[in-house]
Design a protein around this ligand. Structure first.
Ligand SMILES: [Fe+2]
Length: 244
């Protein structure tokens, strides 16, 4: 499987705090069946000040540590970018890493505030699209406005956004409402891919494997493979061998 949303790089957001924790998360991911992970630290101006130039060095250092500890996890750099004017300025300055590219469009993991879909969200998204950046919206099933009315994702899909649902939400780790909304979005074929959003080895541990089992039961193996592997591979530009 490929996991495009993780907080493994240590000491730079609310994910791993030490290198040991980073390595523990990587080991847990591999044990869970993940072979490739995007590091997606928060870029949240005013809260988590992270920049592509520095993150690139941090990802290189972590790659070396994985090799040193014989952990067979391939890693790439992305970011989970908070919707804000300051983030847009950072995008324009070239200091936001994208997950990858599809069809000539950069793919950017975008985070809304958890409570609302703020006024101006669509203008923000349209600005990104005009810059050839397609937002992959992180965990809509955990946004209070979407939880109250899942139809609120439709304008964003119509504009060209993709949705990433949290693996743990599918198996109930974020409560019954998040699970119900996640499955409703999945049933409506509105979800582009699943990712862990793993932060630690406690309540926010890597959990792609359990989600894959649940999704396979509900949608079959072929549809599940798109959600846990193939679409992510396409974003990263990877060609995978069967069974990876
Ligand atoms: Fe996240």
């Amino acid at each position: 499987m490929i996991d495009l949303h993780t907080h493994f790089l240590h000491g730079i957001d609310d994910g791993a705090q030490t290198l040991e924790e980073s390595l523990g998360l990587a080991r847990a991911s591999v044990a869970d069946g993940v072979t490739v992970c995007a590091m997606t630290p928060h870029i949240h101006p005013g809260r988590f000040e992270n920049f592509k130039s520095r993150l690139s060095l941090q990802v290189e250092a972590f790659r070396a540590a994985l090799k040193h500890h014989n952990i067979p996890l391939r890693i790439t750099l992305g970011a989970e970018v908070r919707l804000s004017i300051e983030s847009l300025e950072q995008v324009l300055s070239g200091e936001v890493p994208f997950l990858g590219r599809v069809g000539g469009c950069h793919i950017m993991l975008l985070e809304f505030p958890h409570q609302t879909l703020p006024l101006g969200s669509m203008q923000f998204i349209n600005k990104l699209l005009s810059l050839n950046i397609r937002p992959l919206i992180a965990h809509p099933e955990r946004n209070k406005a979407v939880m109250a009315d899942p139809r609120r994702v439709q304008p964003f899909l119509d504009a060209g956004c993709w949705l990433q649902v949290t693996a743990g939400a599918i198996v109930g780790d974020f409560g019954e409402t998040a699970k119900k909304v996640a499955l409703q979005l999945m049933d409506n074929d509105q979800v582009h891919l699943i990712a862990s959003d793993a932060h630690n080895l406690g309540a926010r541990a890597p959990s792609m494997g359990l989600a894959r089992t649940a999704l396979t039961k509900r949608y079959g193996a072929a549809a599940t493979q798109l959600l846990v592997r193939d679409r992510a591979a396409s974003i990263l530009g990877l060609t995978l061998k069967p069974g990876v």
